[in-house]
Design a protein around this ligand. Structure first.
Ligand SMILES: Cc1cc2nc3c(=O)[nH]c(=O)nc-3n(C[C@H](O)[C@H](O)[C@H](O)COP(=O)(O)OP(=O)(O)OC[C@H]3O[C@@H](n4cnc5c(N)ncnc54)[C@H](O)[C@@H]3O)c2cc1C
Length: 373
């Protein structure tokens, strides 16, 4: 489909495609098997200019465009969902700084994201909560600064700086930028996941971590910022879904065109063609929703429900398509030596991360049922 991409959008799409083909493709399989995060790939993406899709010009980037970010993430995910997630995790970590940082905090950190000098990650989720307004990680004033205590889980990437959501005893929510090597910060081993193996995921413990006052981000309150971050995360996660799904779909088509059974290629069987038709329609409609939502957000519209609907659709399309791709490869689809099983493993997260299919339906359903008609 023709989405009428403009010059800068085409620039970022092609830049990311080239980076993924040249730098990610040769190494992702080895990284996946070793369950290894590659700092080089995230730094390399920065050096190639890919964060310029998110970083405004005054901080060294090219544009601040959800649409350009969506295109970049999609292209990376076509080659490796985990690498796209590592790229995204770095960007997510910087969102609270760009939204809530003072001029000096922004000038200190955002150019480092753009150049690859530093890597960021978001640390918001905790065990026992499914609502970010319920975070337990605590901050309290301590002399001229603050002291933080708590445990964050499912923190993606091996970053230099973590943007940590915490609450104080009065219920105020705020983000803090915390360096990885500050006294009291420690990390678990890489959590063994089903998929997204090239994106390290760990627990982060903050034990009496003392930080200076300028580690605290201001701007909008922590709850509103969390909602905006969730909206962006759902949108860009949808781009991962579309990238992973489309590559799995293409791999399956390539396989069945050359696989003959009962006298002709598997691709000629109508039951198989129905699968392809369903899957491509769902991939393309997910992509159309991503682009429409990205454009609406760029034009200043609130995209909370739209991004939830997009992630719902894209997550389901991704799981369906990758499951069918494994099926169409037959016995080979189940083998680690063939590429579709990785897409299948990476895809399962799409129905969980940033809102499960069920909680998204719950949220969207409530909005719908209470609409004034
Ligand atoms: C690889 C990975 C990386 C992650 N990275 C991050 C991260 O960087 N930042 C972050 O904040 N989080 C992260 N997460 C956490 C993720 O966002 C949560 O796991 C996800 O939102 C689901 O929440 P939960 O695990 O608490 O499940 P729960 O909410 O406990 O859900 C458990 C089950 O109950 C169902 N359920 C819950 N509520 C309802 C309902 N109302 N109706 C019907 N069914 C319901 C769910 O669908 C699910 O099947 C990550 C998760 C993974 C797997």
């Amino acid at each position: 489909m023709d989405y009428g991409l403009n010059e800068i959008q085409i620039h970022f799409r092609d830049l990311a495609k080239n980076y993924a083909e040249t730098n990610v493709k040769p190494v992702f399989d080895e990284l996946d098997k070793a369950r290894a995060y590659s700092r080089d790939l995230v730094n390399g993406a920065a050096k190639a200019g890919l964060y310029g899709a998110f970083v405004p010009e005054n901080f060294g980037g090219k544009t601040h465009s959800p649409m350009c970010v969506a295109l970049v993430v999609e292209e990376l995910a076509k080659v490796c969902g985990g690498t796209a997630m590592s790229f995204l995790a770095n960007l997510q970590g910087a969102i609270p700084i760009l939204m809530g940082g003072s001029d000096s905090q922004k000038s200190n950190f955002i150019p480092k994201l753009n150049s690859g000098e530093a890597i960021f990650s978001l640390a918001v989720y905790e065990k026992e909560i499914n609502d970010l307004s319920l975070v337990k990680t605590n901050f309290e004033a301590d002399g001229d600064g603050f002291v933080l205590n708590g445990v964050k889980t499912l923190v993606i990437g091996e970053a230099d700086f973590y943007t940590v959501l915490a609450t104080n005893s009065e219920g105020e929510k705020s983000f803090f930028v915390i360096a990885k090597d500050v006294d009291g910060v420690s990390f678990s081993e890489n959590i063994h996941m089903l998929g997204l193996n090239t994106a390290t995921t760990r627990e982060m413990t903050l034990n009496n971590v003392k930080v200076s006052a300028d580690s605290k981000l201001g701007g909008k309150d922590g709850k509103t910022m969390s909602e905006i971050i969730l909206m962006a995360s759902r949108l860009f996660m949808s781009s991962i879904c579309v990238g992973v799904a489309e590559d799995a779909h293409h791999l399956a088509i390539g396989f069945i065109q050359t696989r003959n059974q009962f006298g002709n290629p598997v691709s000629e069987k109508q039951a198989v063609q129905f699968m392809l038709a369903d899957n491509m329609s769902k991939i393309e409609s997910s992509r159309a929703m991503i682009y429409a939502t990205a454009r609406a957000i760029q034009n200043g519209k609130k995209g909370v429900t739209d991004s939830a609907m997009t992630k719902l659709l894209a997550g389901e399309a991704c799981m369906l398509t990758t499951t069918d791709a494994v099926q169409l490869f037959g016995g080979y689809g189940y083998m680690r030596d063939y590429p579709v099983e990785k897409h299948f493993r990476d895809a399962k997260t799409a129905q969980i991360l940033y809102g499960t299919t069920q909680t998204l339906k719950d949220f969207i359903g409530k909005v719908e049922s209470r609409k004034e008609i």
